[in-house]
Design a protein. Structure first.
Length: 371
């Protein structure tokens, strides 16, 4: 099994003192390792800062246990079971993919283990009714409609082709986009699914070219998104290209080439972290430790800090006490502003960011606050 990397906030040998562990799960290898590693660095920074401030509970050292789910739901469930079975684990930060978080969340719920997902955005996850689940990002029933409004009202797109990667995230986001687009008077010429790992989209894009849509919308992750963008450019497919937050990774531009990616648009499940006043100390600390802030780093940092707050507030090594403490959180001073959660565990910060690609990099356009 490919899970198992262990990161400790304390080093050295000698007698083992009592430990409090925080789990972390994300794709750390494979084609989505880039955002997964960005998440890990955000969590590691939060743990390092907490360790420097002193014991989270008197007499206990702190460890971050990082497991690799390889973006596989099967691996995600295996990782969740591993964490639940360890009595030293009091909470978990994870996962990246909604298709991994959905099945894993049931395992955490059964084990009464607090789970805070940084960026799993499918709205159905929180509608399962698990009181162990929270997330620090906006959901796709906000992101999809925001993208549709941008497409119709600002890009003047009337005819649209929709592609998704048939995952929990991709299909859910695409459906939310399509509902709002149709309500606004847009017309969907085609809605097709692709498979993660596919490399050649030329036949599909040739068909799309013949339809001459005003816009191609893709709900999926950056490895397939980059190939679609590059092959679309090579075939001369016209119209705008817009996608969801799964595209928002610098690797997309490298894989697609800056020339082919120029002018595409992507929404994100939060504001541009560099534009948020409350995030500037985080940005400085992260860049000093790791270099440029990743697309999702701040979300994992926020999730880890919230986990640490809940453990410290609980005051003892007890999962049920940690869950009870988390339920008391209101108006937490987070990196995105004052953080709180609704009865489902969804963040009350409902910002959607909009970016375009210019000169080989993502450029922030604006933040849309969804009521």
């Amino acid at each position: 099994m490919a899970v198992g990397a262990l990161f400790a906030a304390a080093t050295g040998c000698g007698p083992r003192e009592p430990v409090v562990k925080i789990g972390f799960v994300s794709p750390l290898t494979g084609d989505q390792a880039s955002p997964g590693q960005d998440l890990l660095k955000g969590a590691q920074l939060a743990i390092a800062q907490a360790q420097a401030e002193g014991p989270i509970l008197p007499g206990y050292r702190l460890e971050l246990v990082a497991l690799d789910d390889q973006r596989s739901p099967t691996q995600a469930v295996a990782a969740a079971k591993k964490l639940v079975s360890d009595p030293d684990v009091l909470a978990v930060v994870g996962h990246l993919n909604s298709s991994c978080t959905m099945p894993a969340s049931a395992i955490y719920h059964q084990g009464r283990l607090l789970q805070i997902s940084p960026v799993s955005s499918n709205p159905q996850i929180s509608r399962q009714g698990f009181d162990t689940f929270y997330r620090t990002c906006a959901t796709d029933d906000l992101q999809g409609p925001a993208a549709a409004r941008f497409a119709v009202k600002e890009l003047a797109a009337r005819t649209v082709v929709i592609l998704d990667d048939m995952t929990t995230y991709g299909r859910g986001l695409a459906n939310e986009f399509e509902k709002e687009l149709t309500a606004l008077g847009g017309r969907v010429l085609m809605h097709e699914g692709i498979t993660q790992g596919d490399k050649d989209f030329t036949p599909l894009l040739t068909k799309i070219k013949s339809l001459q849509p005003d816009l191609l919308y893709f709900a999926g992750m950056f490895p397939e998104g980059a190939l679609l963008i590059r092959q679309r450019y090579d075939l001369g497919v016209g119209g705008h290209f817009l996608g969801g937050d799964g595209l928002y990774d610098p690797t997309l531009i490298l894989l697609a080439t800056p020339q082919a990616a120029d002018g595409i648009y992507a929404t994100t499940i939060g504001a541009d972290i560099r534009q948020v006043p409350t995030a500037q100390e985080f940005v400085k600390a992260y860049e000093a430790a790791y270099g440029p802030v990743g697309a999702y780093s701040a979300y994992a940092y926020e999730a880890a800090r919230l986990v640490l707050w809940a453990i410290k507030t609980a005051g003892r090594k007890d999962r049920q006490a940690v869950l009870a403490a988390m339920k008391t959180l209101t108006d937490y001073p987070g990196v995105f502003g004052r953080q709180s959660f609704d009865e489902r565990g969804d963040s009350r910060i409902r910002d959607i960011g909009l970016f375009t690609v210019r000169d080989g990099r993502f450029v922030f356009l604006k933040t849309v606050s969804v009521e």
